[in-house]
Design a protein around this ligand. Structure first.
Ligand SMILES: [Zn+2]
Length: 143
């Protein structure tokens, strides 16, 4: 196992541990997060995050035009660009940045993919290629 593989193994393990912990303590964790959001500090932290997100959005070229979004979804056959599920099954798609805004991606037709809410949230700040690789790995592991 090389250094990169060891780091990935460690990251995966930590993720699994957190998933197990979260599953066992979901209610108290959600309550704690909810309470934190209502504190002054929690409120300011969220406000600052929203400001950063809006600033990134402005710098990335603003929002996609509605007609462009329709064209894009049609071009993908109204299927999620990542898991391939139909928009009619998984609820309205969200515009996902293939190269994330956090990594310099812009809001242009060639950088936006229609993504189901689950994929969009799971993808986070991974690139489209990285996230597709994660999904492919999961598929290979499935019995
Ligand atoms: Zn999806």
């Amino acid at each position: 196992m090389n250094k990169k593989e060891r780091a990935e193994e460690k990251k995966r393990k930590r993720g699994d541990q957190w998933k197990a912990y979260y599953a066992a303590h979901k209610e108290p964790i959600l309550n704690q997060q909810r309470e934190y959001r209502h504190t002054t500090r929690g409120h300011l932290v969220r406000k600052a995050a929203a400001r950063r997100r809006n600033a990134r959005m402005r710098l990335s070229g603003g929002a996609l035009k509605g007609s462009d979004w329709d064209l894009l979804r049609a071009a993908f056959g109204y299927k999620c660009a990542y898991c391939g599920r139909a928009e009619s099954e998984v609820g309205p798609f969200e515009p996902d940045h293939a190269t994330p805004v956090a990594r310099g991606g812009r809001t242009t037709l060639d950088n936006i993919r229609p993504a189901c809410p689950t994929c969009n949230q799971r993808k986070g700040d991974q690139s489209a290629e990285e996230f597709l690789e994660v999904l492919a790995k999961e598929r290979r592991l499935k019995p």
